[in-house]
Design a protein around this ligand. Structure first.
Ligand SMILES: Nc1ncnc2c1ncn2[C@@H]1O[C@H](COP(=O)(O)OP(=O)(O)OP(=O)(O)O)[C@@H](O)[C@H]1O
Ligand SMILES: [Mg+2]
Length: 282
């Protein structure tokens, strides 16, 4: 089932944040959205799950016109596209297991959720999600006591509990060190590949988008200025996205890289491909 944005625009007080964006995303794609600060990446993502309403345009998932949904149908959609944020958005004083179970919130009545009446099946499912992300040992710890990398994995486990059709991630690794960034990106890729869930992720680093995403959407000033595979991201295109010299010179790689040093990658049991290594110095 295709997901489609048609001429989607969002204005804030007369300023255009997202400008007539049209994209068709086949089910199961892993898409990275890149661009400078203020390019409209978060606004685009937030319109997809209707945290923000479009000023104009149509958003469609299969036959459903997402941009017109209201009430229960809207809540259902928001549950169908789970969202992961840079700052994790967990409830810090609640334990990890409960945070993960909160992913079921939109699937059940509010009262039973608030009373903590989760079924045995849901608890088993939550533990399984934590196991999959390698953090089951933290289940009874307050979420706020975990490291950033662990918290983001809890957020991914919570997203999995939603059994989403789509996973939206807004700079999921921007607050993480390179090793945790790799763990989180590997988890997103694993979910994309194993469950076949469409993943759309905003990334502020070019090399991560290149390494993980089969399709990259480059935004500048609210518009899509690039849409294609990583191989097509030439220096000129990068310059157009990030707004530097035409030959790509002047792009500060530290702004666009979260490359994992080889030593840390080895410690994590990773074997960086030649491609990844070349990206780190590209
Ligand atoms: N709620 C809002 N009210 C007013 N202006 C907004 C609002 N949300 C976003 N904007 C404006 O829209 C533009 C795009 O913002 P957005 O957050 O989508 O960019 P971004 O690409 O995600 O940037 P960053 O990389 O810094 O996260 C910016 O000019 C921003 O100031
Ligand atoms: Mg943003």
């Amino acid at each position: 089932m295709n997901f489609e944005l048609h001429q989607v625009t969002r204005r804030f007080h007369g300023k255009t944040a997202v400008d007539a964006v049209s994209l068709t995303i086949p089910h199961g794609q892993m898409v990275g959205v890149i661009g400078r600060s203020g390019a409209g990446k978060s606004t685009l993502l937030r319109m997809i799950n209707r945290l923000v309403d479009p000023s104009e345009g149509v958003i469609r998932f299969g036959d459903t016109e997402v941009s017109r949904l209201k009430g229960t149908a809207l809540r259902r959609w928001q549950s169908d596209c789970a969202m992961i944020f840079q700052q994790f958005n967990l409830v810090p004083r609640l334990d990890v297991l409960t945070n993960v179970l909160l992913g079921r919130l939109n699937r059940r009545s509010t009262t039973s959720s608030l009373l903590g009446l989760f079924t045995r099946e849901e608890r088993i499912q939550a533990i399984a999600a934590l196991e999959r992300l390698g953090i089951e040992q933290t289940a009874l710890q307050a979420a706020g006591t975990l490291s950033g990398g662990q918290q983001q994995r809890v957020a991914i486990a919570r997203a999995l509990m939603q059994e989403p059709k789509m996973l939206l991630a807004d700079e999921p690794i921007a607050s993480l060190d390179p090793l945790n960034a790799k763990i989180v990106m590997d988890s997103l890729r694993d979910i994309n590949e194993r469950e076949g869930i469409t993943v759309i992720t905003n990334l502020h680093t070019l090399d991560t988008a290149r390494n993980y995403c089969e399709r990259i959407v480059g935004m500048a000033q609210g518009r899509v200025v690039f849409d294609g595979p990583p191989d097509a991201l030439t220096a000129e295109v990068v310059a157009a996205i990030y707004g530097t010299g035409r030959d790509g010179a002047g792009i500060d790689e530290s702004m666009t890289s979260t490359a994992l040093p080889a030593s840390a990658a080895q410690a994590a049991g990773a074997t960086p491909s030649a491609r990844e290594s070349s990206m780190a110095t590209a």
